[in-house]
Design a protein around this ligand. Structure first.
Ligand code: 5CA
Length: 443
């Protein structure tokens, strides 16, 4: 992609309305544009990151055997009356009526709709376990939308729903999601800690929130420092095997959000030099709520013994759009964003220091073509602005590598390679430079 053609409306000044760094940087880097309170358009740079995150989330879900579908954003109110949540949900729910005065709503979550799909088709325990997910926009009329897309009113969520015959099997479904979440957040370049959490309006008696530690997080959290060194299960994890040792390990130390915090336990179980008391960003939340929805909505299956029972359910959410902000909170410096390679909108920023110089233009074009053929995503700065401005923009948008081509270097056959994370700059031959950024971009 050539910058001259790319819609990248960067801002020079820091927007006054943004209170936290990720919001500021997302606005400055031209990733999002607010349309009304808590509702945003995703501009090309931001949208590329959103899609990358979505794809990693999808791959890790598919690896567990969960199946993707797509439910609508607009749901009928009657379904929510069946579960009893239509009134309970209160003002957070955006209620709509259509031209026939039928009551509808913009879905804040999908337990009712998926339970309706399930009860329309599944009758026997032989069709279980089943785990369905979608990645879809939600709407919650939050009292205080803030921090940009971090607490939006419209936001993108991945939500799964599991269906099992009994509690034991439901526990296995829960464990699969737990492990998939550990893997997902690691692939996104973050350390997420599972913490015992409150279940709120979703309900149920077992729940974990996955939290990224950050001063700007909305929740107060308490945990054991050991979690920072725990290893995440690798890609060879067998989801049909026994996952309980992994879960036991990952729940073996104290970790809780403020609603569930137990001061006495924290003080006795965690040595004072290992106590972490800080804030965190909730990037995922998993729930097991048994028959809370299946019972009132009549979602039953016949077991091997011929007895009809309400199906055991769980739901599992990841805040896909919130993750864009959470990743920036965890990975930035004074000059801008520092994307982990896995979610970076492009892998390489290619800077031409002297646009119009035949040798520079030719070399930049050759490098662009070569990297493109190798499948490396390159953003080429082909503007004729000043070098300082070009460097500042590249640093702001945070691509992992910068390749800088100028007339002085070309005389001796070298280009400059800068690694965004470390700031280290090296002069390399063209071939070595291409190999360096190409190898690093190779997943
Ligand atoms: N149905 C369940 C699980 S599928 C559910 O809705 N869970 S939730 O309420 O915890 O939301 C799941 C995730 O969505 C949260 O962990 C959070 O990362 C994200 N999320 C929730 N509210 C917002 C919001 N207002 N803005 C951005 N992301 C949000």
């Amino acid at each position: 992609m050539r910058m001259s053609k790319f819609f990248l409306p960067v801002l020079r000044d820091t927007p006054a309305e943004a209170q936290i760094v990720s919001h500021r940087l997302m606005l400055r880097a031209g990733m999002i544009r607010q349309s009304s309170a808590g509702i945003y358009s995703w501009l090309p740079l931001g949208f590329r990151v959103l899609k990358k995150i979505e794809q990693i989330v999808r791959e890790e879900q598919d690896a567990t055997g969960a199946q993707e579908l797509l439910m609508p954003t607009i749901q009928p109110a009657d379904l929510w009356r069946e579960s009893g949540r239509y009134d309970d949900y209160g003002q957070e729910m955006l209620r709509i009526s259509d031209r026939h005065d039928r009551e509808m709503l913009f879905g804040p979550t999908n337990e009712e709709l998926i339970t309706d799909i399930f009860r329309g088709s599944i009758r026997s325990y032989r069709q279980l376990p089943l785990n369905l997910y979608h990645i879809q926009w939600k709407f919650r009329d939050e009292v205080r939308p803030r921090f940009g897309i971090m607490r939006g009113r419209e936001f993108l969520m991945k939500d799964n729903y599991s269906f099992d015959l009994d509690q034991e099997s439901a526990r296995r479904s829960y464990n699969k999601m737990f492990v998939a979440y550990l893997r997902t957040f690691e692939r996104l370049g973050m350390k997420a800690i599972p913490m015992v959490a409150d279940t709120g309006p979703i309900g149920g008696d077992m729940s974990h929130e996955f939290i990224i530690l950050a001063d700007t997080g909305e929740s107060e959290v308490y945990c054991h420092a050991d979690y920072l060194d725990f290893t995440v299960p690798d890609a060879s994890t067998d989801y049909d095997g026994d996952l309980s040792p992994i879960i036991e390990h990952w729940t073996s130390r104290y970790a809780a959000t403020d609603e569930k915090h137990d001061v006495a336990r924290f003080e006795t179980e965690v040595p004072s030099d290992r106590q972490i008391v800080t804030r965190g960003i909730e990037v995922g939340h998993i729930f097991n709520f048994g028959s809370k929805y299946s019972k009132p909505m009549g979602a039953t299956v016949t077991g091997a013994d011929g007895v009809e029972v309400p199906v055991e359910m769980g739901s599992y959410g990841i805040g896909v759009s919130r993750l864009v902000g959470a990743i920036i909170e965890a990975s930035h410096d004074d000059d801008g964003i520092v994307w982990p390679a896995s979610v970076s909108p492009f892998q390489v920023g290619l800077i031409n220091l002297k646009v119009g110089d035949a040798d520079c233009d030719q070399m930049v074009d050759d490098i662009y073509q070569t990297l493109g053929r190798a499948g490396v995503e390159v953003l080429q700065d082909d503007s004729d602005g000043r070098a300082g401005g070009k460097f500042a923009t590249m640093d702001l948008i945070g691509l992992p590598w910068q390749l800088i081509v100028g007339p002085r270097g070309l005389k001796t056959g070298v280009v400059e390679v800068k690694e965004r994370r470390t700031g280290v700059r090296r002069e390399l031959s063209i071939e070595a430079a291409i190999a360096t950024v190409g190898a690093a971009a190779d997943p």
